[in-house]
Design a protein around this ligand. Structure first.
Ligand SMILES: *[C@@H]1O[C@H](CO)[C@@H](O)[C@H](O)[C@H]1NC(C)=O
Ligand SMILES: *[C@@H]1O[C@H](CO)[C@@H](O)[C@H](O)[C@H]1NC(C)=O
Ligand SMILES: *[C@@H]1O[C@H](CO)[C@@H](O)[C@H](O)[C@H]1NC(C)=O
Ligand SMILES: *[C@@H]1O[C@H](CO)[C@@H](O)[C@H](O)[C@H]1NC(C)=O
Length: 658
């Protein structure tokens, strides 16, 4: 599970473009395919860069891979970049070449490396079936793999421009020696090259990212064996300089190298030490420009925030060979414009992925309103969740909020995190990812503590964001921050103090959130759509209906044909089957204190369950069916409900009750 945002709403993206266009950006960016990659919750990004590697583990390839795994974990990397020459000696023979597994999948096995890999092609890759490496079939074999000739990764604070450099090099055409290059797709060559240069130039000009990185296989500045690539020096370098690119990163020379000139901010970085190295050839180079030349194997790391960029080079033992950093405090015109766009367009919802089981099914539990240090039957509910969780082999847990009573957490070091979460939900079956939203009680403490990555470091199950998307293939979950919708907390907070940091100005926050949810729902192609929030929409419980959500959120849920709305807030277990729409409203707010004793009258046609006491819910879903069940503190089933969908139709439904 990681935030691999392979598909961000193109609607949002065009929104950004339109806004930026209004602010004088005219030509919209190039033909280059774009891959959005969300930054970490705190806005930073980190990644590794590796080049010239695929040799079935030989020549220290495996040792480098091993150290990448260790450093990758330490830096909590978001992705990996390959600078090409992915498979030696002659690329892949086809999509079924076993070398794909032998040199890639079976080598980079560390957990931290199971992230998206963004790869360009090197000259050796062009000596095989070049289209094999570009094929989506490889992505099916190993979902980390993503290789295109030229493309853009938009990681918010940094934009990375991948350039296909091999076709620039004259000698591969004029004097290929014994090698046969697969030039399919790049002819006529002059046309291909001039288009790339134009696309890269205009994409760089349109970019409002704080940092810009260009990645290619071939060298521009190097003291290594191959030396400088004169075609890139004359054709690509002027574009990099003109557009204030921060880093040019390449492979090709089998070494690690850092060159920069005192009168230009552009850094030239070679990371080509993925396997065979020790060439023993180094040309003399100005010592004021040569920051590192290492003739052996290794890789590099990059860590970026809004203001800092830090790189490091590592050898096969993980020793740091060289470190360098720079900062940009100064907010340029572009920077201001970017923040304007960000305010106006609002951050698109962060996306997380969760793979279903191999049989295509998905099981999870839902609990809400729980954190009371085990009191009020919290521990009993936790115990039963552990048993049912094991029986249904759950994939994850959802919390509908009010995670910590009475007033959220006081900070990231609040022992309530241990006492109400880590030390309560101890069953092995509950050691899965927890996806949490915030409730109104959470907003009464240090709200940012619950969102902090520090908690994830203390207990890796913890994942709490205000609003986000979980893409579980057959089901897409839309987690919505509902507390800021409720007028009373603002106009009549009584003795409570709410932490509204990050939520003001409120009107803008809410309208952005509704827009984001609506457009994310519209582009969703998942078979099932489930929206999760803390507050009720339809409920017969103590708090009852949340009018603000009925007015603002419910129309969006209806118009996008969601299947279920799941909430907490009322401390009960409840199932309302809306007679106005196909939406099922599930309340799972029985994680601890319950027995409120007040229930409003509700149409018996719609109210399938109201249980005033403690408990939780389970879901079992496939492409074609969903089964939900409600359990009390003793694990007794209070209510079961099922629905099936024909595989090809979202409308034909059959209902069964028990
Ligand atoms: C952002 O979070 C990561 C942990 O995922 C951490 O390593 C990094 O130091 C944080 N950066 C800042 C600027 O807080
Ligand atoms: C593997 O790395 C070690 C340490 O850098 C080096 O001494 C050795 O020559 C390398 N082996 C190969 C085959 O390159
Ligand atoms: C714990 O659960 C039992 C069984 O439902 C119930 O009788 C009892 O009142 C609950 N205790 C509390 C403190 O809610
Ligand atoms: C939580 O418990 C773990 C071990 O169970 C301990 O290492 C950690 O310091 C505790 N944290 C707090 C904030 O109590």
């Amino acid at each position: 599970m990681e935030n691999m945002t392979m598909m961000r709403s193109s609607i949002l993206f065009s929104g950004l473009i339109i806004l930026c266009t209004l602010s004088s950006f005219t030509s919209s960016a190039a033909e280059l395919q774009r891959f959005p990659h969300a930054s970490k919750a705190n806005g930073s990004i980190s990644f590794l860069i590796l080049g010239d590697w695929g040799r079935r583990g030989a020549y220290n390839q495996s040792q480098v891979a091993n150290q990448m795994g260790i450093i990758g974990e330490k830096l909590d990397i978001d992705f990996v970049i390959s600078t090409g020459d992915n498979f030696y000696e002659n690329g892949l023979t086809g999509i079924d070449d076993p070398q794909f597994e032998d040199s890639f999948s079976k080598i980079y096995t560390a957990t931290s490396l199971q992230k998206q890999w963004y790869s360009v092609l090197g000259n050796h890759d062009y000596r095989g079936d070049v289209e094999a490496q570009l094929s989506p079939v490889l992505r099916k074999l190993d979902s980390k793999w993503l290789c295109l000739r030229s493309f853009i990764v938009d990681a918010e604070i940094v934009e990375i421009f991948f350039v296909d450099t091999t076709p620039f090099v004259d000698k591969y055409f004029a004097n290929p020696k014994g090698s046969v290059y697969d030039w399919s797709g790049i002819l006529p060559r002059n046309y291909y090259l001039s288009n790339i240069l134009k696309d890269v130039d205009s994409a760089l000009k349109d970019s409002t990212a704080k940092w810009k990185i260009v990645v290619g296989h071939h060298t521009i500045r190097t003291a290594g064996y191959h030396g400088e690539t004169k075609e890139l020096v004359t054709q690509l370098l002027p574009i990099l300089l003109e557009n204030n690119v921060d880093l040019y990163v390449n492979g090709h020379d089998h070494c690690l190298e850092h060159i920069s000139s005192p009168n230009s901010p552009l850094q030239f970085l070679t990371s080509g030490g993925g396997s065979k190295a020790w060439r023993g050839v180094v040309s003399p180079y100005s010592p004021s420009e040569m920051k590192l030349y290492y003739d052996g194997q290794g890789f590099m790391s990059v860590q970026i925030t809004q203001t800092e960029l830090d790189i490091a080079f590592y050898d096969v033992f993980g020793n740091v060979l060289h470190k360098w950093g720079t900062s940009k405090q100064h907010y340029s015109f572009m920077g201001c414009l970017l923040s304007l766009c960000l305010v106006a367009c609002a951050a698109e919802l962060q996306r997380f992925k969760q793979a279903p089981k191999p049989d295509g099914s998905l099981s999870f539990l839902v609990v809400g309103d729980w954190g009371r240090r085990g009191q009020y039957n919290q521990s009993q509910v936790a115990l039963q969740m552990g048993l049912i969780g094991e029986k249904s082999d759950i994939d994850f847990v959802i919390s509908t909020g009010d995670n910590f009573y009475e007033d959220g957490l006081t900070g990231v070091d609040d022992p309530a995190f241990n006492e109400s979460f880590s030390n309560i939900y101890t069953a092995p079956s509950l050691k899965k990812q927890w996806y949490n939203v915030l409730g109104n009680h959470d907003y009464r403490g240090d709200v940012e503590a619950q969102l902090s990555l520090v908690l994830r470091a203390i207990d890796s199950r913890w994942l709490c964001l205000r609003s986000f998307i979980l893409d579980a293939e057959i089901v897409e979950f839309f987690f919505v921050d509902t507390t800021p919708f409720v007028d009373d907390y603002f106009t009549n907070p009584k003795e409570h103090t709410y932490d509204w940091r990050g939520v003001t100005p409120r009107a803008e926050y809410l309208s952005n959130l509704l827009k984001e949810v609506d457009s994310a729902l519209k582009i969703s192609t998942a078979k099932w759509k489930i929206v999760v929030g803390h507050h009720t929409i339809l409920s017969a419980g103590h708090h009852g209906v949340t009018e603000e959500l009925v007015t603002h959120l419910l129309p969006i849920l209806k118009s996008n044909n969601i299947d279920f709305y799941v909430n907490g807030h009322d401390h009960c277990l409840e199932h309302i089957s809306d007679s106005d729409s196909q939406i099922q409203f599930f309340t799972s707010g029985g994680g601890s204190k319950a027995w409120r004793g007040d229930i409003k009258s509700w149409s018996p046609e719609e109210l399938k369950l109201y249980y005033d006491g403690q408990g939780f819910m389970s879901f079992h879903m496939t492409k074609a069916s969903a089964d939900v069940a409600y359990y009390d503190v003793s694990g007794n089933v209070l209510h079961k409900w099922s629905i099936s969908k024909e595989i090809d139709s979202a409308t034909h439904r059959t209902f069964t009750y028990s």
